[in-house]
Design a protein around this ligand. Sequence first.
Ligand code: NG1
Ligand code: ZN
Length: 545
Amino acid sequence: SLILKSSSQYPLPQGVKLSYGTAGFRADASILESTVFRAGILAALRSLKTQSLTGLMITASHNKVTDNGVKIADPSGGMLTQEWEPFADAIANSPTPQHFVQLIDEFMKKENIRFDGVRSAEILLGRDTRPSGESLLEAAKQGVYSIVGATATDMGILTTPQLHWMVRARNKDMKATELDYFVQLSSSFRFLVDLTPNQIKMSKTDGKLIVDGANGVGGEKLEVLKKMLNNMDIEVRNSGKEGVLNEGVGADYVQKEKVVPQGFHLKDVGIRCASLDGDADRLVYFSVQSNNTSKIDLVDGDKILSLFALFIKEQLSILKMEGDDHVDENYEARLGVVQTAYANGASTDYLKQLGLEVVFTPTGVKYLHEKAAEYDIGIYFEANGHGTILFSESFLSWLNARNNELSSKSKGLEQQKAVLRLLAVSNLINQAVGDALSGLLLVEAILQYKGWSIHDWSELYHDLPSRQLKVKVVDRTAVVTANAETVVVRPPLIQEAINVEVAKYPRGRSFIRPSGTEDVIRVYAEASIQAAADSLANSVATLAD
Ligand code: NG1
Ligand code: ZN
């Protein structure tokens, strides 16, 4: 068969064992050709099964430049369905072409996938700026083409969220080129900013934003957006023309190390700064500390989430205002906030005190996304800066209907503005996956709306001091957790011991879990002062060892 012939050209290197995990396949780029070839086949099979377009992205996000990776975008624009992950693992590790072909045959029978469907497979391909991306993209194409009738369209160098956005848009029969993406983001941003109340149009938010592009793909894309936004006052640094991808730069570095990225200095004190990761699906803000210019005041994913939640809640309360004779037309929009155990405890307290419903899922975007989709408006973020806002179809149609109705009345102008703001947010934010560029524009629009400086925003609440550690263990799967990873159920007795340690510290909280991407157990601890968080993390790490 075609698959047998082409897969013999992409043999699996000796001793390679890969797992699809929470972030697709990732490894040193030199061993990934066969994996990416097979992922091309996987994307084509997924397209045949769903009779829809799928996507394939070549990136290793915030990992080092010599790494690379591959992930599949499902027809919704979200991550590959979890039901297919075991099959993804099986084909990536299949030792011989014969075995590989047999696996595929069996899977196609089981899933009832046939080549004689109405549509043949169609896949959009994208890659980040890594030098290994070009040849890996070729391998992906060969994988796609070994499925009869399948077509692959190379969309070029993209951010991960751009590719996911395109897949989602195409499957909704919307225009889905890169230009369409930029037009949608820039026009909805402008629309939202035009709805800012007049009295605060001149505000502390004026003045430039400096963005660290992680020496990756995000910087150049942001330059395009900036031009479409009338040369908005954004200065892009680390756009990849000189420095090395993710080396001493980027959202992952800034959030984990809490230090300034390369290229930022004393003269940036007081200025609003932001940092993207290597494929621009994570975003954090920060400002350079005046007393110690290597240190930063971090505004992480939890605080971006809090800003979004606050804004949306305000718009919903404007909608509920009386003074209109049609109070019964209020739709009880279910607003939900989704976090993981890594969310700073102070952020959770803040959100709950706003009266919001806060729920927790295990680490990994796919879990957060799935949970957020249960609400009319679901907002999710990981502390590391990956997150977005999801709107239900029924809520969006209600908003549109409400807008039409309010247009024909003289009353209810404030309500109509709130409706229009929510609609603009739904167009601006990337509802397929977390997107640093669309997230950044939403942050900027909300800061302008509120007339806030980054300092005002940062003061929403004060983070509890926290510490993260890694413990290398022989077998990380020995640790099994429950309740969104907050409780260890195996090995026995560890949880009791953690509880004893936690009880020693005011506002103490700690948990351990096996990493999904590295061969380690991660330890997280927080407490009222840094020394206590450090010491709690250290004692829990000894328990995990
Ligand atoms: P693991 O290695 O499972 O902790 C890390 C991040 C996740 C997510 C994934 C995928 C932390 C503590 N964990 O997962 O949030 O981003 O990588 O990239 O940051
Ligand atoms: Zn990323």
